[in-house]
Design a protein around this ligand. Sequence first.
Ligand code: TRP
Length: 456
Amino acid sequence: MAGTDRGAWSSRLGFILAAAGSAVGLGNIWGFPTQVGQGGGAAFVLVYLMCVALICAPIMVAEVAIGRRAQRDPVTAFRVIRPGTAWWLTGLLGVLAGVGILSFYAVIAGWTVAYIWFTATGAVTGGQQAFGEFFTAFVSNVPVIIGLTLLVLGTTASIIVAGVHGGIERVTKLLMPVLIGLLLLLAIRAVTLPGAENGLAYYMRPDMSRIWDIGVLNAALGQAFFSLSLGMGAMITYGSYLSRRETIGTAVIWVVVLDTGIALLAGFIIFPAGFSIPGFDPATGGPGLIFTVLPRLFATLPGGHLFGAAFFILLAMAALTSTISLLEVPVAHLIDAHGWSRPRAVLVVTGATAVLAIPSALSNGAVPFFTSLPGLGMGFLDLMALIWNNFALPIGGLFVALFVGWAWRIDGALEELQAEGASFPMPAVWGGLLRYVCPIAIGLIIVFTFRAAFGG
Ligand code: TRP
């Protein structure tokens, strides 16, 4: 069968490493603190954790099960399990989302690459204001930003031409422990800074009145999907390289715990460190939050240049294991469903992504039109993040839940989850979450977000 020539992970650990490598990235360390800052602090954290546990974890199990059963790309997978239906459109939405997300993700990954150099050489110095001004000047430098974006896309493409199995497992195995170690060190430094208590209170004491804020609910849901690489078939694709001898349930728990733990840890760095700066406002940092708070934190450490450079190297590597999974979804689709060669698929998808990335690269002060789109009051990059993260991913997840819960059906999926005697915890709870909780919660959040936006 095709599974043999499509390649496979070397073991369950291989899958966990690759899936965690996909999940852990800019979403955890850049996206999560930024969203917490804009969502008002601890209330966002609470809603986020509920989305992860009740909506996203069950959907991750569903995606991996679909992939492993079908052993195909996300579009073909739906066709294999339910031939002659329109469910494959869910996979197609994912393929498009892969290109859309990668187009702005590569821009931000490019920023982290530049900050390796900036922190190592001490290019960013001075007071808080200087850090902010440095960032603003840097992101509006057109040739540099475009060059970095293309560098990220080119590196991702050159790794992926060789297939995803070889390098990813090894890189991630080394990356995760080192990243966690460094984050722990930075968190200890941050919470011992003067004024850190205010940051901890902001991060851990929820303002309950914001829990039902539809903006917060939608942002937390989108962030949870984004951080866990869900809703666009990345986990279907990675599941399709997983052997039937491995236990899906345990693997998913590992990935969810790692990803969520690393995001929470990032918050324990950014908010204590941020609030130790006089006049700090977490809501105004926007996409530059970590790039202005962290260099200042490094400056308080002995050997801060080295810490800073090491941090941004790890972040860039974590971003790379995520861009690989984003590019792999459309590439796997062109190979599996259209019979393209891997090099051709990589070339065409990367080219298309690069074109779409240009307006995002120019949307942080470089070109006024893209920085503030007429009539929308937001930049092109923010618009991309909104469309794909807040809408496309949760809608993709909604269809995955409906597909497994009502079309493939829970017992069909359980057969896959419990294949060859594998244990799967609480199958009835999982089935209930997938059939009822996921579709209803996602559906309500999407509908109310539209009503709030269009004043219905
Ligand atoms: N999860 C990654 C991060 O947090 C980003 C990512 C990689 C992703 N692959 C994805 C997001 C697939 C959604 C879908 O940085």
